[in-house]
Ligand binder design. Structure first.
Ligand code: FES
Length: 574
């Protein structure tokens, strides 16, 4: 492998030449207390830090950035920390998804405009993972992703609690009258016990696994608990490795291939990971110039066994997964389904990173002869209700609902749903199909996680805990139930879901991958002719740019002008 010479470093254009501008670059670096020996001829490593007081999942990133710097110094690099927008899932409204592409753009432009040769990406809370990887892919500088790591498992009255999943479960019990306020307050205190990301197999855990499977995070990094001493050691290892990656010129474009994305999809299915990952993977692949159609997810789901026994599809939590062997153990178990020759940020092939991996608890990570399910937990549905596709995580739905026909109860938007869902007069039964409109990329806006529609209170009291629900929204990776999501095209732009009315029969058939609105085409044509769009949600600012640019769910919700395309020139330095 050829190695770069110091004069070939990107940062050399700022620091290594002798002119008026480089005088400024050097003198201002000295202003920060650094000497010429600290940086001259060394790779400059940008540590992109999404720390924020309003992102408890990233509360440890201030110290982790220092631990990354330690590794960079050890390896002969020059670390510089660059704060980037933090997408704190618990707080940001209307949805962090509205801002995923903004963070991706920030990562790309921070890197492009500054004198950095390589990047360590500190992210973890849901959208920060795809956003940072999308930005790094577009700017195509050597990059390692450092996952924030899962928080400790939750505890309450002798039970373990899982982020999100157990909130939804016990909230249903509370609404059914089976849980009092005191119990609810105790759960608030016990469910989030440390910094780190949600410790179920939600979007954060799924995306960390995908970052590792696609080759952009160090082997074994996806499941390291945030508060385990292994995590700062991992941070330092990232710092050491990125310096070498710069010398080797190992960029995302040398790692990301159609085969590496197939590996990521395979891991998604073996984990029964978050449905959100489908949107993110399509967008990430798009940044690399790779087409990843929804049919590919379905094909890989059919051939991949579900081996990971984590909530919401299974029983355990991320700490259990880590001590059971973690992602390397899982990938070793399905290695015949993976392209083992794909490159990784470790500088070796995926197959080489799996050497010595072992399963230490085969109830948490099931063996091939004892899967949780013989196929992956996700399916892509199509039909006249979703001509461009929809998603269901059937592994986390009651099996009796996998083939179901029932009358629609249609809600025009979220507020309509919130107003009427618990109305005793709502014409709903356990066989009804709840339909939520205007939860999509432009309708939400930002495609909020509204897709796990609440079960109407009168049905909860009858003991109903799952029913078929359909929307153009997403749902949290920690959610579960027979929720059909990401219906495309969305209602706000006149997709067929906009035409659903109360009482319309709707058929779901997972085995046939079918979702149909069983209404005569002539009647649908009549409704289509009368349909009117609502006024745009935003008429200025970021929101307007978002509405003008965002694509539909089946295209990854990336912005049109951020797609892979003509190379953007390096900035002039004068
Ligand atoms: Fe941050 Fe779940 S809220 S990962």
């Amino acid at each position: 492998m050829t190695r770069k010479r110091p004069e070939e470093l990107r940062s050399h254009r700022w620091f290594g030449v002798q002119d008026l501008r480089s005088f400024g670059h050097r003198s201002r670096t000295h202003q920060s207390g650094f000497a010429r020996e600290d940086y001259a001829g060394k790779p400059v490593i940008g540590i992109l830090n999404t720390w924020s007081d309003l992102n408890p999942c990233h509360a440890h990133f201030r110290t982790r950035a220092e631990e990354v710097k330690r590794g960079v110094w050890q390896a002969g690099g020059f670390p510089v920390e660059l704060p980037a927008m933090s997408l704190g899932e618990p707080f940001m409204k209307p949805s962090t998804m509205l801002y995923r592409n903004l963070l991706a753009m920030e990562v790309e432009e921070l890197a492009r405009s500054n004198p950095v040769d390589g990047l360590v990406l500190l992210g973890g809370c849901d959208k920060t993972v795809p956003a940072m990887l999308m930005g790094a892919t577009s700017v195509d500088l050597p990059s390692i992703f450092l996952p924030a790591g899962p928080m400790l498992r939750g505890h309450w009255r002798g039970n373990t609690l899982g982020s999100g999943s157990d909130v939804w479960k016990y909230w249903a019990e509370k609404r059914a009258g089976a849980l009092d306020d005191q119990a609810w307050r105790e759960m608030e205190d016990g469910i989030a016990r440390s910094f780190g990301t949600c410790m179920t197999m939600g979007t954060a855990s799924t995306m960390a696994a995908i970052a590792e499977a696609v080759g952009m995070a160090l082997p074994g990094s996806a499941a390291v608990p945030a508060s385990d001493s292994a995590h700062p050691r991992l941070a330092t290892a990232c710092g050491r490795r990125i310096v070498e990656m710069v010398w080797e010129d190992q960029k995302p474009s040398t790692i990301l291939t159609p085969a590496s994305f197939d590996n990521a999809v395979t891991v998604l299915m073996a984990l029964s990971g978050s449905t959100n990952a489908i949107i993110h993977l399509v967008a990430m692949a798009g940044r690399a110039g790779i087409q990843l159609p929804l049919e590919r997810f379905d094909a890989i789901s059919r051939r991949t066994p579900l081996l990971c026994n984590l909530r919401p599809s299974g029983s355990y939590l991320m700490e259990d997964f880590f001590y059971a062997g973690g992602l390397r153990a899982l990938m070793a178990e399905i290695q015949d389904l993976l392209a083992l020759d794909c490159r990784t940020v470790a500088g070796v092939s995926l197959g080489e990173t799996l050497a010595g991996a072992a399963i230490w608890n085969d109830d948490v990570i099931r063996r091939r002869d004892n899967p949780l399910k013989p196929d992956g937990g996700l399916a892509i549905l199509t039909g006249n209700l979703a001509p461009n596709g929809a998603v269901i995580k059937h592994a986390a739905a009651e099996a009796r609902l996998h083939a179901h026909t029932g009358p629609a109860v249609a809600f025009e938007d979220y507020n309509d749903m919130a107003r009427r869902i618990d109305d005793p007069d709502l014409p709903v039964t356990a066989d009804s199909v709840l339909v939520l409109k205007r939860g999509g990329p432009t309708g939400g806006p930002g495609m909020p996680e509204w897709g796990m529609l609440p079960i109407p209170q009168k049905l909860l009291r009858q003991g109903v805990r799952d029913m078929v629900r359909i929307s153009d929204a997403r749902m949290s990776g920690t959610s579960y139930g027979a929720c059909i999501l990401h219906v495309a095209p969305e209602a706000a732009i006149g997709g067929p879901i906009a035409l659903v009315q109360d009482g319309d029969p709707i058929t779901l058939n997972v085995a046939e991958r079918r979702l149909s609105l069983d209404v005569p085409e002539a009647e649908l044509a009549r409704r289509r002719a009368n349909w009117q769009p609502r006024p745009a949600h935003y008429e200025r600012g970021y929101g307007k740019v978002y509405l003008d640019q965002v694509t539909q769910a089946d295209q990854g919700c990336d912005w049109v002008d951020l797609h892979h395309g003509t190379a953007i020139p390096e900035p002039e330095i004068h």
